[in-house]
Unconditional design. Sequence first.
Length: 567
Amino acid sequence: MATRKRSNKSATRKYSSIVVDGIERAPSRAMLRAVGFKDEDFKKPQVGVASTWSMVTPCNMHIDKLAKEAIKGIDKAGAKGVEFNTITISDGISMGSEGMKYSLVSREVIADSIETVVGCEGFDGLITIGGCDKNMPACVIGMARLNRPSIFIYGGTILPGCHKGRDVDIVSVFEAVGAEAGGKISKREVKQIESVAIPGPGSCGGMYTANTMASAIEAMGLSLPNSSAQAATSNAKLRDCRNAGEAVVELVKRNIRPRDIMTRKAFHNAIAVAIALGGSTNAVLHLLAMAHAAKTRLTLDDFTRIGKKIPVLADLKPSGRYVMSELVAIGGIQPLMKTMLDAGLLHGDCLTVTGKTLAENLAGVKPYKRGQDIVHKLDDPIKKDSHLVILYGNLAPQGAVAKISGKEGLRFTGSARVYASEEKALKGILDGTVEKGDVIVVRYEGPRGGPGMREMLSPTSAIMGKGLGKDVALITDGRFSGGSHGFVVGHITPEAAVGGPLALVKDGDRITIDAEKRELSLQIPKREWTKREKDWQAPKPNYTSGVLAKYSRLVSSASTGAVTDAD
């Protein structure tokens, strides 16, 4: 068993003692008495609970209640829990609008705010609770920067809605818009789907970005076992929060910190589980950023190396048939991880927030019951290797990320249809300008160029809704939602705004996406390429002040995680 020597009592208050001990700290104690501290509380370790509660999105609307359950666990274990809030935004609401440019920016704002509060207030430990796409990696980035004993809690998945006897979710609504544009359904039916798709609290129901990141974080060892696979409104989730509260106090006593857990092997485990689940391309961006915060070496090529060994096993939306609540019902990701561990596909010696190794946590886990077809066996994979394919080539000399399930094929060559923004691309798809055989190019949507690297869920859903999923491809220096599927390539680097090759593409150029050769290439003569490079002029920035302008000046390339605190 991986253990760490217990610290003496004073060491459990390494940070809070500086804030509250001694006669000279009387003013600090006076302030804290007003928020509920008693004499005995000043002698306890203090644990901050970062809540991403907000009523701007169903993903986070219940997290205030979860934070209070975590406080109960902390207090029961003999420490003093202190709740504080940070922001969240809603990808689902802002998707396809100018507001979506703030989405990835919010990851940095949230991480900065958690670091700021914990650093200022002198908390000895930390619990973070996230529910939507960006606040989850943001929580982990904050934890890694601070490197104080910490646990992440996932807010939990939403339950699916129902329309005409089938499960629906937010992606169903986006695809309904495309279906209506293609004459396949009526506006009335779009309204019906819209009205039932989101039945209550919780994160979007497929293996989209939230559920992907929750699973990856659990696989990395930063959450308690099963935290990723519980419904937002379940008693199991309430217990998870209380248990995490008790567990973080033990981490404080044993001085087990995030960077002890966030090793290179742990990131291997996170990548492997995200692949096996058919997870979101955003996992690439966020895991790179999390590794940067933990000072752990991780590159795009690690996804290729690991991806060659890991099959896609879970038949989950958006490319598959099932939603996260159905995976929860058969046991979550623990049986999958046990299968992978037994097959040598995970590192069992990694330390976790239980204080035990991953192998020890999984020792008593039983396999899935017979008859379920959500998670395939290793000898019957959905895809024999990763669906997250890192591409290079003359269009992506520093890399790009493709999501290739195999259902859309492994190679696509077509004529470029170039758009300088997501909105223009969506209009071209919906009005019929985009035709079979086109490669839609959406550029100037990268981290700096957008700024903010918007997700292309509206265009990709419109493509699927119009029935063009196998007939057109879409490439971009922006990102994709976890709900996107089809022949799509994002995170193209260098991005167009800094003079990357994507800026040189013109309508009608031939572009090839080859998932087997892992190439993204533009077929034009070298002389023409040189001329276009010479003629290209950088566009004026879309924002010159405010948070988006600040982000644009600071952000690194998507190939390194789009971080704002680059060394």
